[in-house]
Ligand binder design. Sequence first.
Ligand code: SAM
Length: 278
Amino acid sequence: MGALPPLREVIARHGLSASKALGQNFLLDEQLLDRIARIPGDLVGKRAYEVGPGPGGLTRALLRAGAEVVAVERDRRCLPALDEVNVASGGRLRVIEGDALAIDERSEAGDGAHIVANLPYNVGTALLVRWLGGEIWPPFWASLSLMFQLEVAERIAARPDTSAYGRLAVLAQWRSDAKVAMKVHRSAFVPPPKVMSAVVHIVPKAAPAGVRAATLEALTAAAFGQRRKMLRQSLKSLPGALEALETVGIDSARRAETLSVDEFVEVARAIPAAGKIS
Ligand code: SAM
Protein backbone atom coordinates (compact mmCIF):
# COMPACT_ATOMS: atom_id res chain seq x y z
CA MET A 1 0.00 0.00 0.00
CA GLY A 2 1.21 3.49 -0.84
CA ALA A 3 1.09 6.25 1.77
CA LEU A 4 -2.33 7.60 2.72
CA PRO A 5 -3.28 10.45 5.04
CA PRO A 6 -4.81 9.58 8.45
CA LEU A 7 -8.54 8.83 8.34
CA ARG A 8 -9.41 11.82 10.54
CA GLU A 9 -7.79 14.08 7.96
CA VAL A 10 -9.64 12.35 5.11
CA ILE A 11 -12.96 12.79 6.93
CA ALA A 12 -12.27 16.49 7.53
CA ARG A 13 -10.97 17.19 4.00
CA HIS A 14 -13.95 15.51 2.27
CA GLY A 15 -16.53 16.82 4.76
CA LEU A 16 -17.69 13.34 5.78
CA SER A 17 -19.79 14.35 8.77
CA ALA A 18 -21.49 11.17 9.97
CA SER A 19 -25.05 10.69 8.72
CA LYS A 20 -27.38 8.95 11.17
CA ALA A 21 -29.78 7.99 8.39
CA LEU A 22 -26.98 6.07 6.64
CA GLY A 23 -25.93 4.33 9.88
CA GLN A 24 -22.50 5.97 9.78
CA ASN A 25 -20.25 5.13 12.73
CA PHE A 26 -16.70 5.10 11.49
CA LEU A 27 -13.74 3.07 12.76
CA LEU A 28 -10.41 4.89 12.71
CA ASP A 29 -8.04 2.72 14.77
CA GLU A 30 -5.72 0.94 12.33
CA GLN A 31 -4.73 -1.81 14.74
CA LEU A 32 -8.36 -2.65 15.46
CA LEU A 33 -9.17 -2.58 11.74
CA ASP A 34 -6.24 -4.91 11.00
CA ARG A 35 -7.55 -7.34 13.64
CA ILE A 36 -10.99 -7.32 11.96
CA ALA A 37 -9.39 -7.90 8.54
CA ARG A 38 -7.62 -10.99 9.95
CA ILE A 39 -10.89 -12.67 11.06
CA PRO A 40 -11.60 -14.28 7.65
CA GLY A 41 -8.08 -15.80 7.58
CA ASP A 42 -5.40 -15.30 4.94
CA LEU A 43 -6.70 -12.85 2.34
CA VAL A 44 -3.62 -12.61 0.12
CA GLY A 45 -4.81 -12.76 -3.48
CA LYS A 46 -8.41 -13.39 -2.35
CA ARG A 47 -11.50 -11.34 -3.13
CA ALA A 48 -13.18 -9.40 -0.34
CA TYR A 49 -16.63 -7.81 -0.66
CA GLU A 50 -17.33 -4.86 1.63
CA VAL A 51 -20.65 -3.14 2.22
CA GLY A 52 -20.35 0.50 3.24
CA PRO A 53 -16.63 1.37 3.07
CA GLY A 54 -17.34 4.97 4.14
CA PRO A 55 -14.03 6.86 4.43
CA GLY A 56 -12.20 3.55 3.87
CA GLY A 57 -10.72 2.43 7.20
CA LEU A 58 -11.70 -1.24 6.92
CA THR A 59 -11.09 -1.11 3.17
CA ARG A 60 -7.50 -0.06 3.77
CA ALA A 61 -7.05 -2.90 6.28
CA LEU A 62 -8.40 -5.46 3.78
CA LEU A 63 -6.03 -4.12 1.14
CA ARG A 64 -3.10 -4.20 3.61
CA ALA A 65 -4.02 -7.86 4.20
CA GLY A 66 -3.49 -8.48 0.47
CA ALA A 67 -7.09 -8.75 -0.72
CA GLU A 68 -8.69 -7.48 -3.91
CA VAL A 69 -11.70 -5.50 -2.70
CA VAL A 70 -15.09 -4.86 -4.26
CA ALA A 71 -17.07 -2.38 -2.17
CA VAL A 72 -20.56 -0.89 -2.44
CA GLU A 73 -21.21 2.51 -0.91
CA ARG A 74 -24.40 4.51 -0.95
CA ASP A 75 -22.92 7.85 0.15
CA ARG A 76 -21.32 9.48 -2.87
CA ARG A 77 -19.45 11.95 -0.63
CA CYS A 78 -17.11 9.03 0.19
CA LEU A 79 -16.16 8.24 -3.40
CA PRO A 80 -13.22 10.69 -3.83
CA ALA A 81 -11.63 9.39 -0.60
CA LEU A 82 -12.06 5.81 -1.81
CA ASP A 83 -10.52 6.74 -5.13
CA GLU A 84 -7.35 7.76 -3.28
CA VAL A 85 -7.36 4.39 -1.52
CA ASN A 86 -7.65 2.63 -4.88
CA VAL A 87 -4.66 4.52 -6.26
CA ALA A 88 -2.55 3.77 -3.15
CA SER A 89 -3.41 0.06 -3.47
CA GLY A 90 -2.28 -0.14 -7.08
CA GLY A 91 -5.83 -0.60 -8.41
CA ARG A 92 -6.98 -3.41 -6.10
CA LEU A 93 -10.19 -1.60 -5.07
CA ARG A 94 -13.37 -1.34 -7.12
CA VAL A 95 -16.15 0.79 -5.67
CA ILE A 96 -19.75 0.52 -6.79
CA GLU A 97 -21.95 3.47 -5.91
CA GLY A 98 -25.35 2.22 -4.82
CA ASP A 99 -27.56 0.42 -2.37
CA ALA A 100 -26.19 -2.93 -1.15
CA LEU A 101 -29.75 -4.27 -0.96
CA ALA A 102 -30.29 -3.59 -4.66
CA ILE A 103 -27.16 -5.00 -6.27
CA ASP A 104 -26.36 -8.51 -7.45
CA GLU A 105 -23.36 -9.10 -5.20
CA ARG A 106 -22.69 -12.56 -6.57
CA SER A 107 -21.87 -11.24 -10.02
CA GLU A 108 -20.07 -8.18 -8.62
CA ALA A 109 -17.94 -9.95 -6.01
CA GLY A 110 -17.63 -13.36 -7.66
CA ASP A 111 -17.70 -16.88 -6.24
CA GLY A 112 -15.48 -17.46 -3.23
CA ALA A 113 -15.53 -13.86 -1.98
CA HIS A 114 -15.07 -13.19 1.72
CA ILE A 115 -17.70 -10.71 2.87
CA VAL A 116 -16.28 -8.33 5.47
CA ALA A 117 -18.20 -5.28 6.66
CA ASN A 118 -18.93 -2.85 9.43
CA LEU A 119 -22.57 -2.91 8.46
CA PRO A 120 -24.94 0.03 8.65
CA TYR A 121 -27.34 -1.05 11.44
CA ASN A 122 -30.44 -0.28 9.35
CA VAL A 123 -29.71 -2.83 6.59
CA GLY A 124 -27.44 -5.29 8.44
CA THR A 125 -29.99 -7.93 9.39
CA ALA A 126 -31.71 -7.82 5.99
CA LEU A 127 -28.38 -8.46 4.25
CA LEU A 128 -27.48 -11.27 6.66
CA VAL A 129 -30.83 -13.00 6.15
CA ARG A 130 -30.35 -12.76 2.38
CA TRP A 131 -26.80 -14.21 2.53
CA LEU A 132 -27.91 -17.07 4.80
CA GLY A 133 -31.09 -17.90 2.91
CA GLY A 134 -32.02 -19.54 -0.37
CA GLU A 135 -32.04 -23.15 -1.53
CA ILE A 136 -28.60 -23.09 -3.15
CA TRP A 137 -25.81 -24.21 -0.83
CA PRO A 138 -22.87 -23.75 -0.50
CA PRO A 139 -23.40 -20.02 -1.10
CA PHE A 140 -21.23 -17.84 -3.35
CA TRP A 141 -19.38 -16.41 -0.33
CA ALA A 142 -16.53 -18.20 1.46
CA SER A 143 -17.11 -16.50 4.83
CA LEU A 144 -18.94 -13.61 6.49
CA SER A 145 -17.16 -11.34 9.01
CA LEU A 146 -19.74 -8.76 10.00
CA MET A 147 -20.01 -6.06 12.64
CA PHE A 148 -23.39 -5.87 14.37
CA GLN A 149 -24.74 -4.42 17.56
CA LEU A 150 -23.59 -6.87 20.26
CA GLU A 151 -27.17 -7.89 21.02
CA VAL A 152 -27.72 -8.95 17.38
CA ALA A 153 -24.34 -10.72 17.25
CA GLU A 154 -25.31 -12.71 20.34
CA ARG A 155 -28.63 -13.70 18.76
CA ILE A 156 -26.79 -15.01 15.69
CA ALA A 157 -24.43 -17.20 17.72
CA ALA A 158 -26.92 -18.11 20.50
CA ARG A 159 -27.35 -21.61 21.94
CA PRO A 160 -30.71 -23.20 22.84
CA ASP A 161 -32.33 -22.45 26.20
CA THR A 162 -31.10 -18.85 26.23
CA SER A 163 -33.13 -15.70 25.76
CA ALA A 164 -31.00 -14.77 22.71
CA TYR A 165 -31.84 -18.03 20.90
CA GLY A 166 -34.35 -17.67 18.08
CA ARG A 167 -34.84 -17.53 14.31
CA LEU A 168 -31.53 -15.83 13.60
CA ALA A 169 -29.57 -18.50 15.48
CA VAL A 170 -31.26 -21.37 13.62
CA LEU A 171 -30.90 -19.61 10.26
CA ALA A 172 -27.20 -18.90 10.94
CA GLN A 173 -26.29 -22.29 12.36
CA TRP A 174 -28.18 -25.01 10.47
CA ARG A 175 -25.66 -25.06 7.61
CA SER A 176 -22.91 -22.72 8.89
CA ASP A 177 -20.68 -22.36 11.91
CA ALA A 178 -21.32 -18.99 13.55
CA LYS A 179 -19.44 -17.39 16.43
CA VAL A 180 -18.82 -14.00 18.00
CA ALA A 181 -15.21 -13.39 16.96
CA MET A 182 -14.55 -10.01 18.58
CA LYS A 183 -16.37 -7.55 20.81
CA VAL A 184 -15.82 -3.89 20.00
CA HIS A 185 -16.35 -1.13 22.53
CA ARG A 186 -18.64 1.72 21.50
CA SER A 187 -15.80 4.20 22.08
CA ALA A 188 -13.94 2.74 19.06
CA PHE A 189 -16.45 4.39 16.71
CA VAL A 190 -16.79 7.99 15.55
CA PRO A 191 -19.38 8.99 16.58
CA PRO A 192 -19.83 6.34 19.31
CA PRO A 193 -23.14 4.46 19.01
CA LYS A 194 -25.29 3.93 22.12
CA VAL A 195 -24.52 0.23 22.41
CA MET A 196 -21.59 -2.18 22.19
CA SER A 197 -20.78 -3.98 18.94
CA ALA A 198 -19.27 -7.29 17.90
CA VAL A 199 -17.97 -9.01 14.79
CA VAL A 200 -19.55 -12.35 13.98
CA HIS A 201 -17.69 -14.88 11.87
CA ILE A 202 -19.77 -17.30 9.80
CA VAL A 203 -18.40 -20.12 7.66
CA PRO A 204 -20.67 -22.36 5.56
CA LYS A 205 -20.65 -26.12 6.16
CA ALA A 206 -22.40 -29.00 4.39
CA ALA A 207 -26.17 -28.53 4.35
CA PRO A 208 -28.19 -31.36 5.93
CA ALA A 209 -29.76 -33.51 3.20
CA GLY A 210 -33.46 -33.37 2.39
CA VAL A 211 -34.33 -30.03 4.00
CA ARG A 212 -35.69 -27.02 2.15
CA ALA A 213 -34.54 -23.65 3.47
CA ALA A 214 -38.05 -22.27 2.88
CA THR A 215 -39.57 -24.98 5.09
CA LEU A 216 -37.07 -24.38 7.88
CA GLU A 217 -37.69 -20.64 7.68
CA ALA A 218 -41.47 -21.12 7.88
CA LEU A 219 -41.02 -23.52 10.80
CA THR A 220 -38.79 -21.18 12.84
CA ALA A 221 -41.03 -18.19 12.03
CA ALA A 222 -44.05 -20.05 13.42
CA ALA A 223 -42.23 -21.57 16.40
CA PHE A 224 -40.53 -18.37 17.57
CA GLY A 225 -43.45 -16.14 16.57
CA GLN A 226 -45.04 -17.38 19.81
CA ARG A 227 -41.91 -18.41 21.69
CA ARG A 228 -43.59 -18.68 25.11
CA LYS A 229 -46.24 -21.08 23.83
CA MET A 230 -45.95 -24.84 23.53
CA LEU A 231 -45.13 -26.11 20.05
CA ARG A 232 -48.55 -27.73 19.75
CA GLN A 233 -49.99 -24.21 19.87
CA SER A 234 -47.37 -22.21 17.95
CA LEU A 235 -47.12 -24.72 15.07
CA LYS A 236 -50.86 -25.31 14.71
CA SER A 237 -51.17 -23.11 11.63
CA LEU A 238 -48.20 -24.60 9.76
CA PRO A 239 -49.44 -27.46 7.57
CA GLY A 240 -47.75 -30.77 8.39
CA ALA A 241 -45.77 -29.44 11.38
CA LEU A 242 -47.60 -31.20 14.22
CA GLU A 243 -47.46 -34.51 12.34
CA ALA A 244 -43.73 -33.92 11.74
CA LEU A 245 -43.15 -33.40 15.48
CA GLU A 246 -44.78 -36.74 16.13
CA THR A 247 -42.83 -38.48 13.35
CA VAL A 248 -39.48 -37.41 14.81
CA GLY A 249 -40.59 -37.98 18.41
CA ILE A 250 -40.48 -34.41 19.74
CA ASP A 251 -42.88 -33.67 22.59
CA SER A 252 -45.36 -31.02 21.42
CA ALA A 253 -45.49 -29.61 24.96
CA ARG A 254 -41.96 -28.26 24.52
CA ARG A 255 -41.32 -24.60 23.68
CA ALA A 256 -39.33 -23.41 20.63
CA GLU A 257 -36.30 -22.22 22.57
CA THR A 258 -35.66 -25.73 23.97
CA LEU A 259 -35.18 -27.30 20.51
CA SER A 260 -31.62 -27.63 19.26
CA VAL A 261 -30.75 -26.53 15.73
CA ASP A 262 -30.49 -30.22 14.77
CA GLU A 263 -34.00 -30.86 16.11
CA PHE A 264 -35.39 -27.99 14.00
CA VAL A 265 -33.67 -29.55 10.99
CA GLU A 266 -35.23 -32.96 11.74
CA VAL A 267 -38.71 -31.48 12.05
CA ALA A 268 -38.30 -29.44 8.84
CA ARG A 269 -37.18 -32.57 7.01
CA ALA A 270 -40.33 -34.38 8.11
CA ILE A 271 -42.69 -31.64 6.88
CA PRO A 272 -43.91 -32.46 3.36
CA ALA A 273 -43.14 -29.83 0.72
CA ALA A 274 -46.01 -27.39 0.09
CA GLY A 275 -48.55 -28.80 -2.31
CA LYS A 276 -47.92 -32.42 -1.37
CA ILE A 277 -50.14 -32.42 1.69
CA SER A 278 -53.36 -34.31 1.07
N1 SAM B 1 -16.66 0.80 6.79
C1 SAM B 1 -16.63 2.10 7.43
C2 SAM B 1 -15.94 2.00 8.77
O1 SAM B 1 -15.84 0.88 9.28
O2 SAM B 1 -15.53 3.02 9.30
C3 SAM B 1 -18.02 2.69 7.57
C4 SAM B 1 -19.02 1.86 8.34
S1 SAM B 1 -20.56 2.66 8.67
C5 SAM B 1 -21.11 1.73 10.09
C6 SAM B 1 -21.70 2.06 7.43
C7 SAM B 1 -21.44 2.50 5.99
O3 SAM B 1 -22.44 1.93 5.15
C8 SAM B 1 -21.51 4.00 5.75
O4 SAM B 1 -20.40 4.40 4.98
C9 SAM B 1 -22.82 4.20 4.97
O5 SAM B 1 -22.78 5.31 4.09
C10 SAM B 1 -22.91 2.90 4.21
N2 SAM B 1 -24.29 2.50 3.85
C11 SAM B 1 -25.44 2.73 4.53
N3 SAM B 1 -26.49 2.15 3.91
C12 SAM B 1 -25.99 1.54 2.81
C13 SAM B 1 -26.58 0.77 1.78
N4 SAM B 1 -27.90 0.50 1.75
N5 SAM B 1 -25.78 0.28 0.80
C14 SAM B 1 -24.44 0.54 0.81
N6 SAM B 1 -23.82 1.26 1.78
C15 SAM B 1 -24.59 1.75 2.76
